[in-house]
Write a protein that binds this ligand. Structure first.
Ligand code: GLC
Length: 739
């Protein structure tokens, strides 16, 4: 064995022993605390409450909760933020007999003080480095405010834009969602917990919540084991492999069993198969909700089923507080389940360093220094720019010329600030938010901006149309900013009709009737249906909800200071009737091969099968060509990796970023396979005329699929290889025969 190799072996062995030593030390410390704890104190660690009732004005405070904290009956608080309040509440917890520190948690979903694009928007950037960076900034700001733990990333695969929480995740694709899950976990946590600028992350909602029936929140989920493992679990596994500190279970049932009481999910898969060492927190009162589900007769049975199924911490049900001691006394619950949960929770408190210094995250000076650091604005602008998707750009009407004299800005979201932040913000403070109006004003200081709302988002009147039409008639360029308001997506915001609310599409038609070219900017927390705009607008910019720097980023794109590079992470249906719609569909026994021939085919008689805009779609101000596709091996063994390489060239006049995508199709298998599956992507910036050779690796794992009986397997046979700029725009094709 050569010297270098033996040295590296020695080194890695010492790292392993060091980590084990560290782990052993923490384990020893956990055990030493456990030995001192009474059953009541152990159960205390399993309780989590919202802090709104203990930090408000003294009159509103729930003193019983403050007493519980003082008596060691609370393990964690959520919704307590800021150094002052976290110090105050932690000090109360340290009056308890064993002085076990609290964990402070919060929904830091897309930024703490600096608001970034909603997660679905960021996912449209396909830029793992910016996605990780915004999570890092969120961690830096929240950790400086006394927060130890965020309830993010939400990694639920979602194929139904009626579901309001689609805004919170990474869209419809398992591979993209898994890469983004890893990036977000590492952004929040860093490579290891314990630093004062990183926080625990939480993979949620375990599992398959994005498949809630009919897109209605809190509804049942009924999917096959095959789909559960192949589509919905991999992003959670990616988060676990990235070291995510916690999981959160979900409100839905999975095939009749509530996730909170689902031992198959939380014990068999998560804690056994995946050997997961973190802990599981319930979703808000999800333990108690097993009673209205009809799965538990009462709170006592709900507590019993939840703890045995592997739900370690009880958010807001008070089920564990009220029932666990009785359940142990009656013999219905073995104390080992409680011990296991407590150990997992204490381990994280030690790992964060809270036993050594319970106030380490609550430092007034650091809080002041970190909050709104100007460098974070640049991160917010870059994230917003990269999230914008150019859906349409007829006759290259965009980018606009900065010398324009008169620009009509029309629509209810031109001046939007709170809406730009989207759902799930920590502070609804709009002082840092740049509206589209402000962004354009900043961009073209000499232009006359003629702004008129035309209609509100939910208006049913058209009295404002006349002003809008006049503004358009007298303008050199017409930009409309339309969409949803921030509160039409997010939790408990499912919609049966995902078209533009109110009279916005009518307003568009009235403005378009002037004959002027019309550029439409759409803001929403989900894919919307907007068929007349799709058909008649000259350009469409999908701007989601972009956070603080949205107005500047949109202006950067409109005037060409940023060449749009976003690609859709989710299919846009032509109408609600097509839902669920996704790119990795199955061919069926009667595929539509010619759109004109749909008789007795798997098709609708009133609409095509394909979406309005496909997964992976997004235009640029430049053009790219793909050439020279090569495979390293066209007849690989099952254990061999196939390298897929090709050349990407910027054949246009301006620099730009392209997200090159790799898809495969396993043409024949013992479980039918999708017509294509994303298995690689790379976002590449190229100057005009510049070329780059790109190589993707198709590892054996990427060729496998889930079989109900056999688990993850790979089968010999033909695999098609496709490289392209969108799932419906493949540029290069090849294939190989797996032995
Ligand atoms: C909510 C959400 C969950 C969130 C939790 C705490 O109901 O489902 O995502 O983290 O409660 O706010």
């Amino acid at each position: 064995m050569n010297k270098f190799f033996s040295l590296s072996l020695l080194l890695s062995a010492s790292i392993v022993t060091h980590v084990h030593a560290q782990r052993k030390t923490i384990e020893q410390r956990v055990d030493s605390v456990m030995k001192l704890m009474t059953l009541t104190e152990k159960i205390g660690q399993l309780n989590q409450y919202s802090g709104r009732e203990v930090t408000g004005p003294a009159s509103d405070r729930k003193n019983y909760l403050l007493n519980d904290i003082k008596n060691g009956m609370v393990g964690s608080m959520l919704n307590v933020k800021g150094v002052k309040d976290t110090r105050e509440i932690q000090a109360i917890a340290l009056q308890s007999r064993l002085k076990i520190p609290l964990l402070f948690s919060l929904d830091v979903i897309h930024g703490y003080k600096t608001v970034f694009p909603i997660p679905l928007a960021e996912s449209a950037s396909w830029d793992l480095s910016i996605i990780r960076r915004t999570a890092e900034v969120a961690a830096e700001e929240s950790a400086a405010s006394g927060i130890h733990w965020t309830f993010a990333p939400m990694v639920d695969i979602a194929r139904d834009p009626r579901w309001g929480r689609v805004m919170e995740g990474a869209g419809e694709d398992t591979y993209l969602g898994s890469q983004i899950a890893k990036a977000r976990v590492l952004g929040f946590q860093g490579d290891k917990l314990g630093g004062v600028d990183r926080i625990m992350a939480c993979a949620k909602h375990f599992a398959a919540y994005g498949s809630s029936m009919a897109g209605r929140d809190y509804n049942p989920v009924d999917i096959s084991k095959q789909q559960l493992h192949e589509i919905y679990l991999p992003p959670f596994k990616a988060a676990a492999d990235a070291g995510v500190a916690t999981f959160m279970n979900s409100f839905n049932t999975l095939n009749g069993i509530p996730a909170t009481g689902n031992a198959y999910l939380q014990r068999d898969i998560l804690k056994k198969q995946w050997n997961y060492q973190g802990f599981v927190v319930s979703d808000w009162a999800s333990i108690k909700e097993m009673t209205p589900w009809g799965f538990a007769k009462n709170l006592n049975e709900a507590a019993e089923k939840a703890i045995i199924a592997g739900s370690d911490m009880d958010m807001e049900s008070e089920a564990y507080k009220k029932e666990l001691e009785k359940l142990v006394a009656s013999g219905k619950v073995d104390v080992k389940y409680i011990d296991e949960a407590v150990k997992r929770i204490l381990y994280k408190k030690f790992e964060l360093g809270l036993f050594d210094n319970p106030y380490k995250f609550s430092d007034e000076k650091r809080e002041k220094k970190v909050m709104n650091d100007p460098k974070y604005k640049d991160v917010a602008r870059a994230a917003a720019q990269g999230s914008i998707v150019l859906l349409k750009n007829n006759n290259a009407i965009l980018p606009l010329n900065k010398s324009l004299k008169n620009i009509a800005l029309i629509g209810p979201l031109v001046n939007a600030k709170r809406d730009q932040a989207g759902s799930w913000v920590v502070y609804a403070d709009t002082t840092n938010i740049v509206s589209v109006y402000e962004g354009v004003k900043q961009k073209v200081k000499n232009a006359k901006l003629n702004y008129t709302e035309g209609t509100s988002i939910t208006d049913t009147v058209t009295s404002g149309f006349a002003n809008a039409v006049n503004a358009a008639k007298n303008a050199d360029a017409v930009v409309m900013v339309l969409g949803e308001n921030w509160d039409m997506s997010g939790e408990a915001k499912s919609r049966t009709d995902i078209s533009l609310p109110g009279k916005q599409e009518e307003l568009f038609k009235a403005v378009k009737a002037t004959g002027k070219p019309v550029i439409v900017v759409l803001m929403a927390g989900r894919p919307l249906v907007f068929d007349s705009i799709s058909a008649q607008a000259d350009a469409i910019v999908y701007a989601w909800f972009l956070g603080d720097q949205g107005g500047n980023a949109i202006a950067d794109v409109l005037f060409g200071d940023y060449n749009p590079s976003g690609k859709l992470p989710i299919s846009f249906p032509r109408n609600v009737g097509q839902i669920p719609i996704f790119y990795n569909f199955y061919n069926t026994g009667r595929p539509v091969t010619k759109p004109t021939d749909i008789r007795y085919k798997s098709a609708y008689i009133d609409a095509p099968n394909d979406p309005q805009y496909a997964f992976g779609h997004g235009l640029s101000y430049t053009t790219f060509t793909y050439s020279d596709l090569k495979l390293s091996n066209t007849n690989p063994q099952k254990n061999e990796t196939v390298k897929v390489s090709f050349t990407l060239t910027n054949t246009g006049k301006v620099a730009g970023e392209e997200v090159a995508q790799l898809y495969i199709q396993d043409t024949f298998a013992s479980v039918v396979r999708p017509v294509k599956e994303l298995k690689g992507f790379e976002k590449v910036k190229l100057k005009p005329g510049e070329s780059k050779q790109i190589t993707f690796e198709l590892s054996p794992e990427k060729l496998s699929f889930y079989h109900e009986e056999k688990g993850w397997i790979t089968e010999a046979g033909e695999f098609k290889v496709m490289v392209g700029t969108a799932s419906n725009d493949i540029k290069l094709k090849s294939s190989f025969e797996l032995k």
